[in-house]
Write a protein that binds this ligand. Structure first.
Ligand code: PLP
Length: 960
């Protein structure tokens, strides 16, 4: 072929092994063709018979060019819609060096603390910011969005209620509609009765266990809740406040008026609206409730040298690990967005934030007075940023005139709401007032706006003015120049291992390439600047992306339709189960509430099932790691009358394509149940088989695993669910934007399409890979795993394999035998850091093992380095077995080794410094230094510190 027509294929950049490498790898595993391996691995009866019907693959250049045209179909008008989404100014230094930087966005969840101190610190900053601004004692490291955070708070309050027969939750009537709808969904599954009304008129019954108020309320008005909260506490009723964090720089924080839990969004801290997300929500509460907090909490501890170190605190309490005892299923949250919000606070500091909030408030009062001079009535007596203007029958003409001027307001019958934000300027207020003036037959000249602007008025009542200090820690007072900020961001980034350094072989988490081209459109203003409730004729670009992606993912999963609402895999599970529940109800079988779950399932499966109000029945696995079909049959029959569903992961969490999967689906269907497939392992299915083909009814997709959304250090993610035809009508709807049918369940997320802006990433991946590329990616994921298996199986026992001795896309190394010489799987994980690698998944799904998933994106060269490291570590273990190394003081127990240890003036270990730090030659060429020694887990949990300790306390920490 003439080179003139040569077009570079993205697929060849995404897939790691070159043609030569592929040949060599196949030879190592004893096969000639990749397809032979696939035939040996994937059962023939579930293989697809024709290729995926997808558009031809596009080059990276062509894709970006096309996306520019798609972006132009989004119209970015000036938004005053508010309702939890506000335009922001993302500081360039944060946009380029965090949001657009793979050193931050490709990190894994910080389970391996020693190589994650940077993001742990950034998340601790976030927690400190939330604690300070809300006036509470403890906060977590983010939740998915404001509405689900409110639902988590409701569950917390329910769990903590004193009167166990109380089951009514009272919600303020002005709460944002999406928050109320998500509360409805959650309340339904737990049998909680929601009552909506005026909080100052709460009925005097003993059935109410909790109250939720919003501050400022959903219409922007301010109320003083202090006396109310006192009365409610006397009645043993707890209070949750949904609070706008930015407003709390000016307002008395809920912690000072007695709230028990405070939740909300941190979107206003520099995070683009992105048509709904991703944004980090927060949850803060009292110290006494620390064991009831959903999600992850970062805490301070010490390392092996007694120095300050951070880790995820109370990890065994992590909600999804508590399986069916869990009161939340949060796993992936919004780490990257929380990190950015924390940096935003550090960049502006308390004074800067106060100025931003003050300007917003000032512009709101200015517009208020101008509107009054024009003869309009403004209904909020006191407010932070939102006006409610009575417009009567002018509403229609106002709407038209505002659109003419590219202004979006919130229209509510005879009233319009106007919310100011960080981007609003004096000129914007002029433009706004001009529109309102015109409707009254007047002009801007009829009022003296400049004179009004002279006196900067506040309408916040004295009793609600904040007097307490906040963000006093040096972290929030040191980095206000761009150089200081840049260096602070970089100093934290340098402590973290990410995909920029080496492969992150996390079984079940699919840490594949997050290609730059896939990320580029996410930060284009046409995608970042759109409000999720913007009128449909302004959102053509997003609608095109969402509808194309819906079609493509339906084709890939073999389903009829996809819902993009769930913001994580676990939320997808919950949504899918609620859809199944609605389906059973529609058939008059609402009593079906038993969910069968194999013992090997991920902890979020039982957690989601119990959140959906279902009863979990555990099904055994056999000694090969497969579902024990006999036990499944027995339990299906035993629970036939109430069987709702089975939840299966495929290939199994043990990394095997189980042969009887079709029988399993048939069996469940025969007894009237539905099959929920956990799609976390979709990377082994795409193009080869599909959940629909296998016989499942619902499946979630972790777009942040298989479909290239980066992990972000623990989020964002997207967990859309695909469903078969009969379940389509029940997909989640939304109270503001219709996205399903009248039969649809109520919302599971705040935004209609979840974290819409990161759908662009998965869209790019599929568009650039095409049918052939996606299928080849799956084959290479399986090849890479089997190559590792062949190279490692003479050094470590490998647990489980398919009938032909092949694994799927991941494999499990059994490290349990080393316990006899005192080596734990965790020691291997820590020692891998010295070799520059992140550990595989530790002790899931089998305790004492490592689960490795290389993905298709790793080259043979990288796979070989990783194998060399594991084989060298096996040699270090052998030295202990043979008595050449000490059982307590050895390379594994001493790991990881920091630069400070290796460069110290004294070295008293029974191995050399170079054995410690440079165990293989490639490590010398590219050394990644863990920034702290091994962290002390129990110390951190005994003395829980979840905010930045005061500077003078750092010495004390060191002295522990
Ligand atoms: C990752 C994972 C989940 C949970 O997904 P999140 O997006 O973290 O909520 C569920 N099941 C399995 C098997 C997983 O690997």
């Amino acid at each position: 072929m003439s080179e003139i027509h040569f077009q570079e294929k993205f697929e060849e950049r995404h897939i790691g092994p070159s043609t030569d490498e592929t040949e060599a790898m196949l030879e190592t595993i004893g096969l000639r063709h990749l397809d032979e391996l696939i035939d040996e691995t994937v059962p023939a009866r579930i293989r697809v018979t024709h290729p995926l019907q997808l558009p031809a693959a596009q080059t990276e250049v062509a894709y970006l060019r096309k996306m520019k045209a798609v972006a132009d179909k989004n119209k970015v008008f000036k938004s005053y819609i508010g309702q939890g989404y506000y335009d922001v100014i993302l500081p360039g230094v944060i946009q380029r060096n965090v949001f657009e930087n793979p050193g931050w966005y490709t990190q894994y969840t910080p389970y391996q603390a020693e190589i994650a101190q940077g993001r742990l610190q950034a998340l601790l900053n976030f927690q400190t910011m939330v604690i300070d601004l809300t006036g509470m004692e403890i906060a977590n490291a983010s939740l998915l969005d404001e509405a689900t955070a409110a639902a988590e708070a409701m569950f917390m309050q329910y769990g903590l209620r004193k009167n166990k027969s109380a089951n009514t939750y009272f919600v303020v009537e002005t709460v944002f509609p999406q928050t109320l709808d998500v509360l409805r969904t959650r309340a339904l599954s737990y049998g909680i009765n929601l009552q909506v009304g005026n909080p100052f008129e709460i009925p005097d019954t003993d059935t109410i266990f909790g109250v939720l108020v919003q501050y400022p309320d959903g219409d922007g008005a301010l109320s003083d809740y202090k006396a109310l909260v006192e009365q409610l506490h006397v009645r043993d009723i707890s209070v949750c406040a949904v609070a706008d964090l930015l407003s709390l720089t000016l307002l008395t924080p809920p912690g000072e008026w007695g709230a028990d839990v405070v939740v909300g969004s941190t979107q206003r801290f520099g995070i683009p609206m992105g048509f709904g997300g991703p944004h980090a929500a927060y949850l803060a509460t009292k110290e006494a409730y620390k064991r009831n907090i959903p999600g992850r909490i970062i805490g301070v501890t010490v390392d092996s040298n007694g120095a300050y170190a951070l880790r995820m605190a109370l990890q065994t309490r992590e909600q999804h690990i508590r399986r069916d005892k869990a009161s939340s299923n949060i796993c992936t949250a919004q780490a990257l967005l929380a990190i950015m919000a924390g940096f935003y606070a550090a960049y502006h500091g308390p004074k800067g934030l106060r100025k931003i909030a003050g300007r917003i408030h000032g512009l709101a009062t200015l517009a208020d007075r101008a509107l009054q001079q024009l003869g309009y009535r403004q209904l909020n007596a006191s407010y932070f940023d939102t006006l409610r203007v009575e417009v009567g029958e002018l509403s229609g003409p106002l709407h038209a005139e505002a659109l003419n001027n590219e202004i979006n307001l919130l229209y509510r019958g005879a009233v319009v709401n106007i919310s100011m934000d960080e981007t609003t300027t004096y000129e914007d207020v002029e433009a706004l007032i001009r529109v309102f003036a015109k409707l009254k037959g007047k002009s801007l000249n009829d009022i003296d706006l400049a004179a009004l602007a002279e006196d900067n008025l506040s309408v916040i009542p004295q009793t609600l003015l904040r007097t307490s200090r906040y963000l006093t820690h040096p972290v929030f007072n040191s980095f206000h120049s761009e150089h200081e900020m840049l260096r602070y961001i970089k100093s934290l980034e340098a402590r973290d291992l990410s995909l920029c350094h080496s492969m992150i072989p996390l079984g079940s988490c699919t840490m594949k390439l997050n290609a730059t081209t896939e990320m580029v459109p996410v930060t284009w203003p046409e995608f970042g600047g759109l409000h999720p409730f913007a009128p449909a004729d302004q959102t053509g670009g997003y609608m095109q992306i969402i509808s194309e992606l819906n079609g493509w993912l339906s084709e890939i999963t073999g389903f009829a339709k996809v819902s993009f609402q769930p913001n994580s895999g676990a939320q997808g599970e919950y949504a899918g189960l609620m859809v199944i529940r609605a389906y059973h109800e529609s058939l008059g079988e609402g009593h079906r509430n038993v969910v069968l779950i194999p013992a090997s399932a991920h902890g979020t499966n039982p957690a989601s099932a119990s959140m959906a109000g279902m009863q979990v029945v555990v099904v055994r696995c056999d000694e090969r790691g497969n579902i024990d079909v006999g036990d499944l049959r027995a339990k299906t029959e035993a629970h036939a009358a109430n069987l709702a569903a089975v939840m299966v992961t495929y290939p199994s969490t043990h990394g095997v394509f189980e042969e009887p999967i079709v029988e399993i689906c048939d069996l469940i269907h025969q007894y009237g149940g539905q099959v929920y497939m956990d799609g976390a392992n979709m990377n082994a299915q795409v193009g080869l088989t599909s959940p629909g083909l296998i016989g499942a009814d619902v499946c979630h997709l972790n777009l942040h695993k298989t479909f290239c959304i980066p992990h972000g250090g623990g989020g964002p993610g997207m967990g859309p669910i695909g469903v078969a035809e009969h379940l389509v009508p029940f997909l989640p709807n939304h109270p503001v934007v219709e996205v399903s049918s009248a039969q649809g369940i109520s919302a599971v997320s705040a935004a209609p399409w979840g974290s819409a802006s990161i759908l662009l990433i998965s869209h790019a991946y599929i568009a650039m890979m095409g049918s052939e590329g996606l299928t080849r990616a799956t084959k290479f994921a399986i090849l890479n795993a089997n190559y590792l298996k062949t190279r490692l199986e003479s050094h470590y026992p490998i647990l489980y394999a398919g009938v032909n001795g092949r694994c799927a896309h991941e494999l499990i190394l059994d490290c349990r035998a080393f316990k006899t010489i005192g080596i734990e799987v965790g020691d291997i994980a820590k020692r891998l850091m010295d070799y520059g690698f992140h550990a595989p998944t530790v002790s899931f799904p089998v305790a004492g093992t490592l689960m490795i998933e290389p993905t298709e994106s790793e080259s043979k060269a990288e796979l070989d380095r990783f194998c060399d490291a594991l084989i060298a570590i096996r040699g270090e273990i052998a030295a202990i077995e043979q008595g050449q190394s000490d059982r307590e003081n050895n390379l594994l127990k001493g790991a990881p080794h920091t630069i400070a240890m290796v460069c110290a003036d004294t070295w008293d270990r029974p191995y050399t410094r170079s054995q410690a730090a440079f165990p293989l030659s490639f490590v010398r060429d590219h050394k990644f230094w863990p920034s702290v020694g091994r962290v002390n887990d129990s110390q951190g949990d005994r003395m829980l510190i979840c905010a930045c300790p005061p500077v003078d306390a750092y010495d004390q920490v060191e002295a522990y």
